[in-house]
Write a protein that binds this ligand. Sequence first.
Ligand code: F6P
Length: 342
Amino acid sequence: MAQTLAPIRCAVLTGGGDCPGMNAFIRAVVRATLNLSPESTVYGVLDGWKGLVYNEYRPLGKRDVSGIAMLGGTILGTVRFPELATSQQLQERAARNLEEQGFDYLFVIGGNGSVKAAWALEQILRREGWRTRILVAPGSIDNDVCNNYGTSIGFYSALERSLEMLSWIRDTASSHRRVYLIRSMGRDSAYLAFYAGIIGGAEYAIRPHEEVDYERLAEVVAQRDRDTIIVVSEAYAKSLREIQQTLEDIFRRRGIEREIRAVDMSYFQRGGKASVTDILRASWLGYRMVCDALRGCSSGFYTAYYIGHLQDPLPLELAADDARTNHLDIPPEVIQMALALR
Ligand code: F6P
């Protein structure tokens, strides 16, 4: 695409929980738009979907996004705004703002709340015959955004952070022959906790809705020479304290001499610099979306596989349908692999 293309007026928005890779996405959208179509204008929506409802933007130039690709968080800010999911009034207001601002495109990176918000606004925009098209990229450490189709941006960065933390804990756990219960984020999705467990060499990872056999888990601990790491998913029913209590009772009864400590790595998993994979995938998706927008594409959801990957975007209606596009538990073959490698 050597020639410059007709200008567009567009906005970029980061929604839901922040994740590493969001800044790389913002940078890609801004740079690609202004390099491929220099007369275009790009605005950043401040504080996510709330900023769209309250019309808060700032213009973004190429220099505003210098050096941000690897930074965690989002330079535009994000706010939890669950009201948007249920309030038709707020949705109408956000859609009207897009029209009144004259935005041709809204580029979004966010979790499944953002996909649903995009679909809600899309229906209003099409009903009214308004101009804005919405293009969405998956961004969440939970890997629960349309994950029948790729993995979300931010997931691999959070795994890298988890790997670091698990290795630190391993040092002290093995020195003291201790069992560590380590809480992981991930909401109802098992992915972050389970994959962190695999890469960190955990002896066990408890999935959100798992029926845990604690007698068996105590045996796993008893067979260990020194340290034991057990990663616990955020949505698992018992607290770390309750798990500790249950295991301590069994240890006492069965004469297993191990101390247990509990630690929560949750918010640390979401911070820090983006992984190479997430920077590349976020950059690629941002670039691809802009190329499609400059050709006048329709709204859609873009799958994040790998840099260079070209698959048609999914319709937002399909992307927003969790029953068809999302699975939250780990495929049985991966669980078998994890068990085989323990
Ligand atoms: O969706 C990402 C996530 O980090 C989840 O893993 C976690 O449940 C949630 O966000 C925490 O949200 P908040 O930052 O609003 O407490």
